[in-house]
Design a protein around this ligand. Structure first.
Ligand code: DMJ
Length: 643
């Protein structure tokens, strides 16, 4: 799902931090260590001096001071008849005690204090002899130690859970030399995208392939979270690009830190980062990915602290403060955002044994089930304070899309045990077919958008994913309509292919109309761009898996060639601003989903079906494969999340 307008952040600032020891220990431990260190040094020398001075005073004055200070407070509660009272290690006056032992004890203390005092002075003198650089280096070493300690604490291994059946992660080599060659070409494109990102954008979220520098959008916040690295990992893995995979792993291990003052989209971070990390964990078995996914999930949880439990669209990773997009109807959260967390959150509960994640997404589901739906349709906007729908706008494209996808995939991922999710999917799809799906005059099936009782005859590139979804949901559909849904998938694939074929570049526009004699063509200038999106290729791949009709490979190859010809530049791959222009201009962004999804689906399209078989793997909405969790498996039924 995408946001219609990427608005600048509000520029809200947090109040300056108070350096006390209570909240935010990470930040404070490393902050102002140098000042703290010097202050401590001076303080300890001063205290030692005071105690030293005190013990050198004559006995009588000492007793007087203690008597004066403590008598008022202590004597009423102290039974002085029993002799000496020793409070907190200090000897208080008393009669009849052994004078000699007292003197010895004092002497011993005096010597100790003198020695400590001298040692502290020596150390202070030594410190002052050192150069500024040496002192700074020492402080830095101390800081590093603290950071390492904190890291160790954060990276505690999670309780082990047996992995689900992970099959088909190293297969897929096609026998046909022509298909092999095409597959290799796609792998080469992946290398080109990765190497340029590594050279010019490493650590940034994305790459500007023409300016040759890092790029980021507000959905991923203002910190360098290496979105492209995390998003690309599983594609690198299945393509056998293991050196590149290891580079990515090393960066994540050493640099990926979520304790940053950055406001991010909960949905985007979930599908790209948590999904990407979990998939990388399942494919490679490397613990670091699981640990990072769980750390990040903890940072998203405060977004659910709303009156209804429907999460905010954005959350600040450091403060946990959440809010919604300014453009969303009446302060609403977005269906495709809060409705696209289920797969990742169920896996988090499975891997950690902590039901908190599972409970959050099930709470959302229960709330949605209780609500009235106009014409059986789910509006895209829901207010997290009131629990009421916002504007009655329903879409299978942006703002709605992956909510429907995750209902179906929740059922598949549960080994088809989550029948509640399947029922919600079936109900929703029936309403969508009735109110949103139409045939154009030229015979093209399209999915329009429902806006306040009116059908807009426009389809987005994003909506094209639905062809694959209908095919994936065909098996197990209500009233045994498998044939019907497979056919519907094929029709959507055909329409979306037409939207590509009717352009100059053979690449699809962002949105296209079926109105006033126009069929599958963009009308408005600001809908003519192609930003390396995957949805059409995703549908080709699902259709290929379910039908093996060679036209899907042919269409996929057409798209590959067009991308290589018109989007490839020497610094990577870029989106184009007008697919109807023979001399297009670039948008200068290499989207992270190009590596996560577009190239992965193309590679799978030219691989054998035994690579990530659909009986064992379910792809999240960012194309990150997560294994089916077999609920019959004793491990799972013993997992608290499922009890
Ligand atoms: C991806 O981030 C995901 O597929 C999301 O669900 C919708 N759109 C983009 C790519 O177009």
């Amino acid at each position: 799902m995408t946001t219609p307008a990427l608005l600048p952040l509000s520029g809200r600032r947090l109040p300056p931090l108070n350096l006390g020891a209570s909240a935010f220990p990470h930040h404070r431990a490393t902050l102002r260590l140098s000042e703290k260190f010097i202050l401590l040094l001076i303080l300890s020398a001063f205290i030692t001096l005071c105690f030293g001075a005190f013990f050198f005073l004559p006995d009588s004055s000492k007793h007087k001071r203690f008597d004066l200070g403590l008598e008022d407070v202590l004597i009423p509660h102290v039974d002085t008849s029993k002799g000496d009272k020793n409070l907190g290690g200090f000897l208080i006056h008393g009669q009849g005690h052994d004078e000699h032992r007292h003197r010895e004890e004092e002497e011993r203390l005096r010597n100790k204090i003198r020695a400590d005092h001298e040692k502290a002075l020596e150390e202070a003198k030594e410190k002052l002899k050192k150069s500024r650089d040496e002192i700074q280096a020492e402080i830095q070493t101390e800081k590093n130690k603290v950071v390492q300690e904190l890291k160790k604490k954060d990276s505690k291994p999670l309780p082990p859970v047996p992995l689900p059946n992970l099959i088909g992660i190293n297969s897929g080599e096609p026998a046909d030399p022509d298909i092999r060659e095409k597959r290799n070409k796609i792998k080469e494109m992946m290398k080109h995208a990765w190497e340029n990102y590594r050279q010019y954008g490493w650590g940034h979220n994305e790459l500007k392939p023409i300016a040759r520098k890092g790029h980021s959008t507000n959905i991923l916040g203002n910190s360098q979270l290496g979105a492209t690295i995390v998003d690309a990992l599983d594609t690198l893995y299945i393509m056998g690009l293991h050196d590149e995979f290891r580079e990515g792993q090393e960066w994540i291990d050493k640099n990926l830190d979520f304790s940053v003052n950055s406001e991010v989209s909960v949905f985007e971070v979930n599908i790209r980062f948590i999904g990407g990390l979990l998939a990388a964990y399942y494919l490679s078995g490397q613990e670091v990915f699981k640990i990072k996914a769980v750390q990040l999930a903890g940072k998203l949880l405060p977004a659910f602290n709303t009156p209804t439990g429907i999460p905010w669209a954005m959350v600040n990773l450091k403060s946990g403060v959440g809010r919604n997009w300014g453009w969303a109807s009446a302060g609403s959260s977005i269906l495709a955002e809060f409705g696209t967390l289920h797969m990742e959150f169920v896996h988090l509960s499975y891997l950690t044994g902590d039901p908190v994640y599972y409970n959050k997404v099930m709470h959302i589901r229960k709330l949605l089930q209780k609500m009235d739906r106009p014409n059986g349709l789910y509006p895209n906007y829901l207010n997290p304070r009131t629990g009421r729908w916002g504007q009655h706008h329903t879409s299978v494209g942006g703002l709605g899309d992956s909510f429907y996808e995750y209902l179906l995939k929740a059922w598949l991922m549960s080994d088809k045990m989550d029948t509640e999710a399947r029922k919600m999917y079936d109900d929703a799809i029936e309403a969508i077919e009735k109110h949103l799906i139409r045939k154009s005059n030229g015979g093209l099936t399209f999915i329009g958008e429902w806006k306040n009782g009116h059908l807009e005859r426009k389809m987005g590139h994003l909506t094209c994913f639905a062809g694959g979804m209908f095919a994936l949901g065909a098996d197990g559909s209500r009233d045994d309509k498998a044939g019907h849904y497979l056919q519907l998938g094929a029709e959507i694939a055909h329409t979306c292919h037409e939207s590509y074929d009717r352009t100059t570049l053979k690449l699809g526009p962002e949105a296209f109309k079926f109105d006033g004699g126009v069929e599958a063509v963009a009308v408005r200038q600001n809908e003519k761009y192609y930003i390396l999106r995957p949805e059409v290729i995703e549908t080709y791949w699902y259709m290929w898996r379910f039908t093996h009709d060679p036209k899907y490979r042919q269409w996929g190859w057409e798209a590959t060639q067009a991308i290589d010809k018109y989007c490839r530049v020497s610094g990577g791959f870029s989106g184009v601003k007008d697919v109807y222009s023979s001399s297009p201009t670039y948008d200068d962004v290499q989207q992270s989903f190009f590596l996560a999804e577009t190239l992965k689906y193309l590679y799978l399209l030219f691989s054998n079906d035994d690579l990530l078989p659909l009986d064992n793997w379910v792809f999240n909405t960012e194309a990150h494969p997560l294994p089916v969790l077999h609920l019959a498996n004793t491990t799972l039924s013993g997992n608290p999340a499922y009890r």
